[in-house]
Design a protein around this ligand. Sequence first.
Ligand SMILES: Nc1ncnc2c1ncn2[C@@H]1O[C@H](COP(=O)(O)OP(=O)(O)OP(=O)(O)O)[C@@H](O)[C@H]1O
Ligand SMILES: [Mg+2]
Length: 221
Amino acid sequence: MAISAKDLCKYYSVGGQCVRALDGVSLDIRDGEYVTVVGASGSGKSTLMNILGCLDLPSSGSYFLDGEDVSLLPDSRLSEIRGVKIGFIFQSFNLIPGLTALENVELPLIYRHVPKKTRRELAMSALESVKLSDRALHRPSEMSGGQQQRTAIARAIAAAPSLILADEPCGNLDSRSGAEVLDILSALNKSGKTIVMITHNEQTAKQAQRLIRISDGKLSG
Ligand SMILES: Nc1ncnc2c1ncn2[C@@H]1O[C@H](COP(=O)(O)OP(=O)(O)OP(=O)(O)O)[C@@H](O)[C@H]1O
Ligand SMILES: [Mg+2]
C-alpha cells in the first residue's frame, strides 16, 4: 500500500494560541516498505499517524493512500478504508476488557460482516500467528502486557490489511515482550505488509529499513 503525503499541516487553536502539530510534512512510502518515525514527546508523531490512518484530516496539504486522494472522500469511505486496508496497533493495546482475546480479534471482522464461522477461523489463525492459541479464552486482565499487545496485533491483522500503523507498540512493554512484538512486525513486513511504526526510542526505530525523524512537526532524513 503506497503512501504519498505532500506538505501536510495540522494546526490546533487552543485558548487563542495556534499549535503547529505538523508543519509541512511530505512523505512517500512505497508498497511493502517498513518505516519508523522517531521523535520526542509532542513532536507530532501521533498527529501524523492519525492522518496517515484516516482517523483525522490535515488542516492543509494532500494525502494519497493507494493512489486515492483521501481529502476528497466522505466519512463513510474513510471508515471503510480504515476497516479494510489498515490495521492499527496502539501503545495502550485498546482491547475491550469484557471480551476474550478471541472476541477482541473477531471484532473488526464483525464490522466487516464476515460470517461467524469464517470469523472464528480467521481470528484463531491470527491468534495462532502471534503464538496465543492457548490464550484465546482469556480476557485482557488475565494476560500479560506482552500477550495483550500480541492480541492487539492479531486483531490488527485478522482482516488482512495491507498497511499496519503502530503508535509506540512497545511503549508499555518490558524489553523481552517488546522484542517479540518487533519480531512479529518484521515478519509481517517480510510477508508483504507496509508498516509505519512510531516510536520515541532510537533502538526500536532501528528495526526498520528506513528511519524518519520528526521534530516540532517537521521531518528530517
Ligand atoms: N487535539 C489537540 N488539540 C490541541 N493540541 C494538540 C491536540 N493534539 C495534539 N496537540 C499538540 O500537538 C503537538 C503534537 O502532539 P502529538 O500527540 O502528535 O505528539 P507525539 O509526538 O505523539 O507525542 P508523544 O510521544 O508524547 O505521544 C503537541 O504539542 C500537542 O500538544
Ligand atoms: Mg503520541
